[in-house]
Design a protein around this ligand. Sequence first.
Ligand SMILES: [Zn+2]
Length: 441
Amino acid sequence: MDPRVRLARLIDFARRRSAYYRDLYAALPADAADLKALPPVTKEGLMANFDSWTTDAVATRESAEAFVADPSSIGRLFLDRYVAFATSGTTGRPAVFLHDKDALRVYIRLALWRRLPSLIRAGSLRTFLVNRARTATIITTGGHFTSSVIEALFRSRFPGLSGRNRVFSLLDPLPELVRELNDFRPAILGSYPTALAILAEEQEAGRLRIRPALALSGAERLSPPVARRIAAAFRCPVRDTYAASEFPGIAFDCRHGRLHVNSDWVMLEPVDAEYRPVPPGVPSSTTLLTNLANRVQPLLRYDLGDSVTELPSPCPCGSRLPSVRPEGRHDEILFLESPEGSLKPVLPLILATVIEETPGVRSYQMMQAGKRLLRLRVDEAPGHDRRPLCEELLRRLRDYLSTQGLSTVTVELSGERPRRNTAGGKLRQFFVEGGNRPSGS
Ligand SMILES: [Zn+2]
């Protein structure tokens, strides 16, 4: 079906069944079908109007919050019909996203028909079979975060396969995790890129001895230097997915490393801070997402908060789906003060590249502590001396900042080590001290 027809049906459905959209679209013509004409919606606005936004009167915010607050409900459907993902909200209360069974069928179809064949082509089939198709998912377990919920649902639906799919907790001590993975011998290794990078080091050091056919990265940005390091250590391809609680499989990467948007089911509009379109090649301020698959909580031009760059098409892989490069969350863009007193935006992606290309960095976090002060937490890779590494890092960062006219910005080394955020277990690499909401999905 033409995505435009899906969109027209979704708009019509939202106006009839969601009081929130009925009011929001009251001034629009009855047959409004042009996406660009619709006013955008925000997480804050939707969560504050949860009960009038949701199209099932039984699915109230109160009952949904109670459901995700109960760890024993992971793997079950909310009201026996909805998948519930919890993520951090904007006001201290969690945000809850519900997905109905039709949406779930679309997500599964995309994963099986669009994702799986490309993964099978990418990974060595022989290695995959030698390891008996075992999948190790390494996440922080416990919360209703997207990765834990999907894993638990899969397990409850396909109990016969659950021996082949095991979840390992990132909260376990590293030697224990390494021992368990050695015993399990996974064919597929799935985790956050920061965790995969640590495991890659364990593999290089000879403590971890696994032969995966494929490494799957998700939930955080996978940068080219980190992808290369993981691929070299495990001698297998590394593949990336762009996912969110609002749509679990927004984009899948191709063999050229580009993330192709599943635009027949999810529409992305890279926009500036005033929600005006941003041309290809330019990082957007935020991105508007429209989910064409889900009805229980219609998402139409929803402010996702991610900065993405639309890549010029066509891609050499031949896919006709548009491709994007996620740059990180827009609230992580650092604004630093120049000697003249003006605030200049600095993209975390660039700073990340400067840091990650410094040999010996295991993991890091950068915090903005003032208009002219950045604080860096760093963990060195085994076999690297901390002092020379830190000096080199600070030198590279200062060099970069002076080329940007930000020579007055001080980079300071923190005595602390990088800390994983408890919400979803992601390692947030950039944030403003005390100023930003924690991210997790
Ligand atoms: Zn491609």
